[in-house]
Design a protein. Structure first.
Length: 302
């Protein structure tokens, strides 16, 4: 009874972290919070706790571990880069593993079987498993990104694309295209979950040059869809600053478009992160990255 009540309280309290305005406070608080929740989960495997842990580990990897990884990369501290590569891989693995527990029996076996078996299983997934499927894709994609020298990991990249495309197909079937043809009530968390697969696809298609399967136009389209999903009448350009940061950085470098890089990152820094109070922390992360990228602009575009 205590575990069940605690799970309900933690689920209701989760938005408080997303609303945090102090990046350092959040970075120090999240690991302890995750381990506390994990302790409750070990005592009683409540689905609500598993959902928090799934999203929490992917968020922690993206917002904090990858931040340290990027700092090390720009400083050219190779040992630190490798250390944080390993840490990020572990966090994304935890996210994926928790998500897999919410998928139908045998899903994990097919996922890591042949590409054909994986695609067939993924494409048979319906609305009831949409969100854990998304986190499986985000987690696996994060693992690949931090193991680019391992051929066996790169072989799962097509599976990640299939997963993300399936999530988008489920969303489209339920909500229509991003043009307002269907109006389904959606809070801040729901809106983020609708935008995330498009951001992930944008990252997938901007991860390599056109010669190696990259597609700058497709990546740009996906980032712009994410921005439109998070737009409203007061903020027509979108409220998710991280989508704009990733678009500017990844596509700017991919296409050697310094103007896109500079203008879009400057726009992020000139936007109040409180533009979306329910996702204040994500916007703080976005501005932190924008400042870092702009400080290295001359080196990136020599």
């Amino acid at each position: 009874m205590a575990a069940g009540t605690t799970a309900q309280i933690l689920a209701k309290a989760q938005p408080s972290l997303n609303m945090e305005s102090d990046y350092e406070l959040a970075s120090r608080a999240v690991p302890g919070a995750l381990k506390t929740i994990e302790g409750f989960y070990v005592a009683d495997e409540q689905p609500a706790l598993r959902e928090i842990l799934t999203e929490g580990y992917c968020q922690y990897a993206t917002a904090f571990v990858e931040d340290e990884w990027e700092v090390a990369k720009f400083a050219k501290k190779l040992d630190d880069v490798e250390y944080h590569n390993v840490r990020a891989s572990k966090m994304f693995t935890r996210c994926m593993n928790y998500a897999l527990q919410d998928m139908p029996g045998g899903f994990d076996k097919d996922l890591f079987g042949t590409p054909e078996a994986a695609a067939k299983r993924v494409n048979s997934t319906g609305l009831s498993h949409r969100t854990p499927l998304m986190w499986v894709g985000v987690g696996l994609g994060g693992m690949i990104n931090h193991n680019l020298t391992r051929v066996e990991m790169l072989s799962y990249l097509p599976t990640v694309k299939v997963i993300l495309e399936r999530v988008v197909a489920i969303d489209t079937a339920q909500r229509g295209q991003i043009d307002g043809t269907k109006h389904v009530p959606c809070d801040a968390s729901c809106t983020v979950h609708l935008a995330l697969p498009h951001i992930a696809l944008g990252m997938v298609y901007s991860a390599a040059s056109a010669q190696f399967g990259g597609d700058a136009k497709r990546a740009m389209d996906e980032f712009n869809i994410a921005l439109r999903i998070t737009a409203d009448a007061q903020h027509p350009d979108g409220k998710m600053l991280l989508a704009r940061v990733l678009m500017a950085y990844r596509i700017g470098l991919m296409t050697n478009d310094r103007k896109l890089f500079h203008d879009q990152l400057s726009k992020v820094l000139n936007t109040d992160p409180a533009i979306w109070p329910e996702q204040r922390l994500a916007n703080e992360v976005a501005q932190r990255r924008a400042r870092r990228y702009l400080s290295h602009e001359k080196d990136l575009f020599q």
